[in-house]
Every structure is written in C-alpha cells, then in structure tokens.
Ligand binder design. Sequence first.
Ligand SMILES: [Zn+2]
Length: 467
Amino acid sequence: MANLIFHGAAGEVTGSMHLIEYKGRYIALDCGLFQGRRAQANEKNRNFPVHPSKIEAVILSHAHIDHSGRLPRLVKDGFRGTIYATPATHDLAAILLADSAHIQTEDAEFFNRKRRKNGEPEIEPLYSDEDAVRTMTHFLSVSYGRTLDIGGGIKIKFSDAGHILGSAIVEIEIPSEGNERPIKLLFSGDLGRHQMPILRDPTPMPQCDYLITESTYGARVHDNPVDMKEKLRDQIQMAVSRSGKVIIPSFSVGRTQTLIYYLHQLMHEGRLPAVPIFVDSPLSVDATHIFRAHPECYDTEARNMLNKMGDILGDGCCRFIHATEDSKKLNDFNKPCVIISASGMCEAGRILHHLANSVSDPKNTILIVGFQAMHTLGRRIVEREPEIKIFGRMYPLKAHIKTLNGFSSHADTVQFRSWFSGNGTTTKQTFIVHGEPEQQAGLVTLLNELNYKNVTIPKMGDTFPLN
Ligand SMILES: [Zn+2]
C-alpha cells in the first residue's frame, strides 16, 4: 500500500513538498524553500520529514524557488537519488539554485557580522554555491509526454502546466496490489493560465484517483493577459511624452520574458516610441537565454513569430545588461527609456538603484507588473507612501505609479473551474495545497459544486492512504 505525506505548502504558499511512501521507499514531489518570517522559515528549511538519504527520487514540477529551493539542502544532508524534471526546468534550476545559494550565503554573513560583534557562534548558510552545483549532478531530464518507469513499477509523466518555462503537471502511477489497474495520482504543480504569451496552455486535466492541486488564486479572477500588451504600450507612450523613464520591477524568470516578448512585438509593429529598453539584471539575462534555448515549450503564436522574425525575445530591440559596471553607467542615463530590473518586489538587486534615481521625478513612471507582498518596498510604492526608504535614505515618491494586474502566471477561479470540470465523480480524493485560507476555501466550494468527493485541506505531517 502507498501513503501520501504532506510536508510543505500545506496551508501556506511556500515550501512545496509532498512525499509518496511505497513499500518503504520515499519519493518527493517538489522540494521547495520556505519563505517568510526569517527565524521560522530557517527552522523549517533545515528539517525534512524523513532523512534525505531515504528519499530516492524527487519529481520537480517547475523551477520556482518555492518548489525547488531546498534541493541543495537535501543533497547536503545526504540525498543520493535522482531529481526528475523537464529539460527547461533542469536548465532554469541551475541558475535559480545558484542565485539562491548566493542569497543564502549573504544572508548568513549578515547575521554572522552581528553574531561576531556579540561574541556568539556563527551560523552556517542553509547551503553553499558548491551544494547547488552538486545538486545539478542529480538531475535527469524527462521531456513532456514521455512515460518513464522510475523503479519499482512507479511511472511518471510530465505535461504542460503553462505556468513558467518547463513547468509541468505530474502524473504518477503506483502499482496497486490486488487491483489490475495502478493507482493514479495527479499533482497540478503550479497551474498556469490560458492565453499567456510564449507558453503552451495547460494540458486538460487527465483522469486520476487522487488529485493534489494548488490553490494560489482559487477565489480570484484575473484581468485578461491579452490586454496587457496594449496597456504596457500606453504606459510607455505616456511616460515618454512627458520625457520620463519607465521603471519596471520584474521577477527574472517568466515575467521579464513576457514583458520582453510584448515589447519585441510592439517594436516590430512600429508602435513603440524609439527609446532604449534596458534589461538590467544578470539573472533576467541568463533566464532569457534559457527561454531562447527551449522553443519546444512555445505555443503556436511564439513559434510562428520565431520563424518569421528569427527571435522573439528582444534581440535587436532590448539592451541586455549583465556586468555591474554597465549597470552603473545606466545611473547617468537621463533620457527617456524603459528599464526592466529585478527583484520583482524591490527588496534587493539593481532595481533599488533605478528606483533611487527615478522615484522623486514626476515625469517618470514606476510600472508594477507583479504581486507585491506585505512589508516589501514594492508594496509601499503601490500604496503610494509619500516617502520611501532606499539604502537607508528617504526619497519623496513623486513618480507616477501604475499597476497592471493581468500578468499573473497562476490559474484563477475561472480557469480552475474549466480545468477541474468533468473529473469530479471519478476522483476519489482531492488535496488542496499551496494557498492562503481564503483562496483554499474558494476552491473547496468550487470542487464541491463540480461533484468532487473528499475534498481535503491537509496540514503539515498529515498522512493519507492511497488505495
Ligand atoms: Zn511557481
């Protein structure tokens, strides 16, 4: 008999990790980093539900750090198995885990400076750059649509989730004693949206016995992604007509490439003012290269554009800035331009320099294209606080602030309804993970309406039999 054990993303949105136990073997679905309150997250990130040496495989739904970010710690603590992922997830994980290791090392150093002053023992980073590199030797790429036996008769298959490049819905078949048919477990990973640019739409939900579904926006309705191209153009046009700059804080993987893709189209259509567009973040530049290397993930529109234009991701219309010296030069650039930089919530990275240079000039626009969590600088900008603190200095916030809400890469309640429909009566039990309580409650109502039975919101450590 098999069991399903919930560990991370149970009643919260980070630390995604669920375990299948079958005949004394353990297989993990995702191995994500817990984020949020530092001390609490730190404690959770150092503890696994079973000793890592007992886990023989990790099936990784996609490369986002809240799904992959604890893999180097798993390896550091004794994991010797295989990490299965799509080829694009494999490549994105390499840059995202290296970046995360860098953040972990800096974070530990920040604490250790204080601890050294107080005569306290130093803390060790969650993992190092070397651990992240070692983690990559455990990866095995599995293309979309291939069924792979990962040992003991357990089979896995990835299909399009439409969330970020390489993201997958995971189907798992577990042999069932006494039954002719294996048990089918379906893990939504993070479910994307229809009509998102570049990526193919999510695959319709396959039939299953057990479903684990995310619920990030289970009770919300998003704006249409297709309208975002025109709204982006309008904002650039308006800022340029004031001789101002447009500063866009953006997540490096996914959101930045969506922006570049729209800008590339607008530029080719001759519908953008002739101003320079800078993509100023090493991680964003690296991620864009990986997007270029994986046209197998593109939808028909992106493929057609690629055939027609030779590139769809800013070649010839965006200037990609990797080196620190080149980024510094941008500080003296005083003409109208568009600057896309990270981090997406303005908490760190080069965006801080661009904000410090721009927020006090009413000619400029700060364009918000992603979710801004409570207590972040991005949130204070969205809430138009009269003054904001950057690098310890106060700056009056006089620039235009505009928020575009249609860029989300998560399914909303309308898309969940269409994805779930038709499989209610055949699914034995559904587990709702990866969501805040209000969003999870929305999904419970929806699933009940669609005749799903045994809809469950698991807590960390809860175990359920699969039979
Ligand atoms: Zn994600």
